[in-house]
Design a protein around this ligand. Structure first.
Ligand code: GAP
Length: 488
């Protein structure tokens, strides 16, 4: 089973120290979350798994860590200054502002479901804004129907660099809304220093910022989040096959981390949804909203895999000219084209971009790992069946009698001997049943119990999180035993 809804995970995450509402002692800050002791471990494990898979296990990918604040020209030529916006409507009665397309989707859903029965594609046939024009969309805040016209709201956070006045246009900069542009502007640097030939990719993990009009659903949509992006540069003409290979590889990566294939699906973005740079984009969607009646509304984007063509390298290059011979980018000092030695030809590589969110991945992983089991007393226990490589803690060492100093000493020495190779904790703050339940709920794959007999036979009991089966293992074999079982 998976979590029945996001709320179940919100409550578990706060109770056990995965995720806390940010700035809570001052009343919080809309859609900002802090990752607690277990949350930071889980995020780090997801990022390490991605980096290992993307960079270390392949021969054709380099890593990069570019600045969050870039020259404003990057966002001018990438198209973000002009087009990176959401459609906004304001309620004239209470001045609340909403993302118009989402509001229309939500409130038209009941009639949409009816109409879909006879016309499956009807959503594409009804023009955006039709429900607003028909006076059918109510303000979620005050319930009135009195809207301003729709206008674009740019999602980039602005700030100023240096000790300049707030209104000094020349000091205006943005917090990056995607990590990708840092890769494109470093294309020539990475190419020359790594002496790569096409096809090759550059991977980056880092924070991005978007002033979302309506963030929400816990860590699903926030204004500050982390992305794991890779730009894979290929020869034009080889882009379509590479794109399909990355779609399949990314889907397999999520299932290799234990996410059930039945909770993942591929979504082909229709033409009208494609970003200005994309030739084709396929999203991997996760069933983030299983509680919704209509299957179609249960899914939302976990990651996107786009074919960005040569748009980015071309737009940041000084060379391309318009029909009158005028440079399209008079501000760039570099040409980001590629010279193919074998065929003696120069061109702008196409780019395939697998782009995932760390936080959305963490949410999907938590939801999918959630399960419940009834013990022999008829009590329901939560088990977080995290893939061992992602589990924040790999093993908990539990003394059966905390008032027996030899048992405590042995348990602590076992913990110390394991911790250089495994994330291990020692816990004696409750009865054994309670300690097991706590570790099950945070996804610890193994508990090791030290008891009276351990003092005589130098063996301990290893308990499996998922089956609750126990086996006796010699202390001298314990590390190897655990490392072997964690590999599976
Ligand atoms: N460079 C392409 C790009 O940024 P995107 O689909 O806008 O594409 C990629 O973002 C991924 O980043 C999304 O699939 C999602 O996982 C994550 N993401 C985007 N906006 C987010 C937000 N406001 N909160 C949390 N994650 C977000």
């Amino acid at each position: 089973m998976a979590s029945p809804n996001i709320e179940t995970i919100v409550s578990l995450a706060k109770r056990r120290g995965f995720v806390f509402p940010s700035s809570e002692i001052y009343g919080g800050l809309g859609s900002a979350w802090d990752y607690g002791p277990l949350g930071v471990e889980l995020c780090n494990n997801v990022k390490q798994a991605w980096w290992r898979w993307m960079v270390y296990e392949r021969d054709d990918i380099e890593g990069l860590d570019s600045s969050i604040i870039l020259n404003r020209m990057v966002w001018k030529y990438s198209g973000h200054e002009d087009t990176f916006s959401d459609p906004l409507r304001e309620c004239r009665e209470c001045n609340s502002r909403f993302r118009a397309d989402k509001l229309e989707d939500e409130q038209s859903e009941a009639s949409a479901a009816e109409q879909r029965k006879t016309e499956p594609n009807f959503r594409a046939l009804v023009p955006r804004g039709a429900w607003f024009s028909a006076g059918k969309i109510k303000c979620p805040n005050c319930g009135k129907v009195n809207w301003t016209d729709e206008k674009p709201f740019n999602l980039m956070f602005q700030t100023h660099v240096g000790a300049t006045a707030e209104d000094d246009e020349s000091s205006l900069v943005y917090l990056r809304p995607e990590t990708a542009q840092g890769i494109f502007i470093n294309f020539a640097n990475v190419l020359t220093t790594s002496r790569r030939k096409l096809p090759f990719g550059v991977a980056q993990i880092g924070k991005s910022f978007r002033n979302e009009v309506t963030p929400g659903n816990f860590i699903f949509r926030t204004r500050e989040f982390e992305q794991m992006e890779m730009e894979y540069f290929v020869k034009p003409g080889e882009d379509e096959q590479a794109h399909q290979e990355w779609i399949d590889a990314c889907h397999n990566w999520f299932t290799s981390l234990g996410i059930s294939a039945s909770n993942l699906r591929l979504y082909e973005q229709p033409k009208e949804e494609l970003a200005h740079y994309a030739k084709r984009t396929v999203d991997i969607q996760y069933r983030f909203f299983p509680e919704r009646d209509e299957d179609e509304r249960q899914w939302d984007e976990l990651m996107g895999i786009a074919n960005r063509t040569d748009f980015d390298l071309r737009t940041h290059s000084k060379k391309p000219e318009d029909a009158e011979g005028k440079r399209l980018n008079p501000d760039s000092t570099e040409d980001l084209s590629y010279f193919d030695e074998a065929n003696k030809e120069r061109f702008y590589p196409y780019v395939i971009e697998p782009a995932a969110g760390v936080n959305r991945s963490v949410l999907a992983i938590l939801m999918d790992a959630y399960s419940e089991k009834t013990n022999n007393k008829g009590e329901t226990r939560v088990i977080l069946k995290l893939h061992p490589s992602l589990a924040p803690i790999k093993v908990a060492i539990l003394p059966l009698a905390k008032n027996k100093s030899e048992i405590v000493a042995l348990a602590k020495s076992i913990k110390r001997s394991l911790q250089p190779s495994l994330r291990a904790v020692y816990d004696d703050t409750g009865g054994i049943g309670k300690l097991y339940a706590r570790q099950d709920e945070i996804g610890t794959p193994f508990c090791v119990t030290v008891d009276h007999q351990s003092l005589e036979d130098e063996a301990v009991t290893v308990r499996d999180r998922d089956t609750w089966e126990q086996e006796r293992v010699k202390v001298s074999d314990l590390q190897e035993h655990l490392l072997n079982r964690l590999k599976t």
